[in-house]
Design a protein. Structure first.
Length: 192
């Protein structure tokens, strides 16, 4: 464990059910291994049910909810993938508003796999370059984004740094880009 992210707190926003477990646990581990704090944020308190593709996997305790916490309490946001979890999150106004607040404050956001669905609903992808699970390509293009098939994309053409990856096979590059972005000196943020 290093201390390069000491004092940094990152929100990992997940639905009560349907998050791809490895896309939650690997970024969480990378943040914590670098000395940061990773808090699990959901739409309701209790425990969330993660999945390994379509099969139930582990459960994880929720640290806080989108109705209790604000973006101003965190240094960055991570949106893990899975199909069902991100699809649910984009239907919850409080989750969408929580996500958008990170863009409004100029804070880094990282989304992997189907995670960008919440970004589309928040209206924050227009003019940005992203990657995702290939089935989101048309959704992202229709929302005004430029989609590219790359392992990781760090887009700084907007109010914040937006890190995206395609899926579990890209987790090493995704986590590395996330930690490197958080390690950089943070610009002044507006409180949200």
């Amino acid at each position: 464990m290093t201390a390069e992210l000491h004092g940094k707190t990152v929100a990992l926003l997940v639905a009560p059910e349907g998050t791809e477990q490895i896309e939650l646990t690997e970024p969480r581990r990378a943040i914590e291994d670098a000395g940061g704090t990773a808090l699990l944020v959901s739409t309701q308190s209790g425990r969330i049910q993660a999945f390994n593709h379509l099969d139930r996997d582990g459960t994880f305790a929720v640290d806080t909810t989108v109705t209790v916490s604000k973006a101003g309490e965190f240094d960055a946001l991570v949106l893990p993938g899975g199909v069902a979890g991100p699809d649910y999150l984009r239907t919850v106004p409080a989750a969408v508003a929580f996500t958008k607040a990170f863009f409004d404050a100029g804070k880094p956001v990282a989304a992997i796999c189907h995670g960008p669905w919440t970004l589309i609903e928040a209206g924050v992808v227009r003019g940005r370059t992203l990657t995702s699970w290939p089935s989101l390509r048309t959704d992202l293009r229709n929302a005004g984004a430029t989609w590219t098939d790359r392992q990781v994309v760090s887009c700084r053409n907007g109010p914040n740094t937006l890190i995206t990856s395609r899926g579990p096979g890209d987790l090493k590059a995704f986590c590395r880009a996330l930690v490197e972005t958080l390690r950089a000196p943070a610009p002044a943020h507006r409180l949200v």
